[in-house]
Design a protein around this ligand. Structure first.
Ligand code: ZN
Length: 113
């Protein structure tokens, strides 16, 4: 039986190569770049055009979960919505590339036949 061990950002088949060529940098406005296939086992990440549209749903779920956690933490410090919403918005912008990568990694890991 094949042992399955998830490693964040690695190929879901061989766990050797990174899925992303570049992780992205929000401060330089450089988005993450995904490889076409794994160089170790040649597993193709984007099987067809539009393959990652389903990752949008995972990204949405991640974002909502992060915002709920953030709101629960912030509301202990202030109840002023003019402080909470700009803080949440800036938090979202900072985490956008992380959510982008994580949702695609989860999407690739779901369909790795
Ligand atoms: Zn691989």
């Amino acid at each position: 039986m094949k042992e399955r061990k998830f490693k964040y950002g690695k190929c879901p088949i061989c766990y050797k190569e990174k899925i992303f060529l570049f992780n992205g940098n929000i401060f330089l406005l450089k988005p993450p770049i995904i490889k076409h296939n794994c160089s170790a086992c040649s597993y193709v990440y984007e099987k067809e055009s539009g393959y990652f549209i389903g990752a949008l749903y995972i990204s949405y779920g991640l974002t909502v979960l992060e915002l709920i956690i953030l709101y629960v933490i912030i509301q202990f410090f202030t109840e002023n919505v003019w402080v909470i919403f700009p803080f949440m918005f800036s938090f979202l912008v900072l985490l956008s590339f992380f959510n982008f990568r994580t949702s695609r990694i989860i999407w690739i890991s779901i369909f790795n036949k």
